[in-house]
Design a protein around this ligand. Structure first.
Ligand SMILES: [Zn+2]
Length: 184
């Protein structure tokens, strides 16, 4: 007589993208690089009682809502920042001589902003241009317009306000390689 044994595989199962995982992907561009977005306004609050939360696509900025089925705290950031180490130069736009150049190191990056480690000071709210050199590319990436949004002992935080489409495409490729899938 032979016995039938059921072998339970432990941790070797191939992970199939489940239905819910597909719901977390961006309906506009299809990427899995999405994250839970901050909730704002009455509609978001009402939907959140049903665990329907807003998500933000990290590559095309599309915002959409999806059913999660579990409670989640309200996040503060719309965009995940990836850690990088790229040489960077920051130039205040309204410097008539265009000679003031702040040299630093880009330490993190998203589609909408970054942090530059530098000992030099630029005032809050100052309009700047940013140039940084990713290891992946021969040419540096130029950000036409950015705003100094925060200061710390180590450097400055920038929010991008204007970016050429070609530069945004290159930036997106860097993020696509480094961002986690479904940061929920
Ligand atoms: Zn998208």
């Amino acid at each position: 007589m032979s016995r039938i044994y059921t072998i339970v595989s432990q941790g070797h199962s191939q992970e199939e993208p489940s239905e819910s995982m597909r719901n977390y992907s961006c309906p506009k561009c299809g990427t899995a690089k999405t994250r839970l977005a901050p909730r704002r306004g009455v509609t978001d609050r009402l939907l959140s009682t049903l665990t329907i939360y807003p998500l933000r696509c990290q590559l095309c900025t599309h915002r959409f809502t999806t059913f999660l089925g579990k409670l989640k705290a309200n996040p503060r950031r719309n965009y995940d920042r990836v850690s990088v180490q790229y040489p960077a130069q920051v130039r205040p736009v309204h410097d008539p001589s265009q000679r003031v150049v702040v040299e630093g190191m880009l330490s993190n990056l998203s589609l909408r902003g970054c942090r530059v480690l530098t000992s030099q000071r630029i005032p809050m709210g100052c309009q700047v241009m940013l140039e940084f050199h990713p290891a992946e590319y021969d040419d540096p990436i130029m950000v036409d317009g950015a705003l100094v949004r925060s200061h710390s002992a180590e450097g400055i935080g920038l929010r991008f306000s204007s970016l050429l489409r070609s530069e945004e495409r290159r930036l997106r490729r860097i993020l696509d390689l480094r961002l986690p899938d479904h940061a929920i």
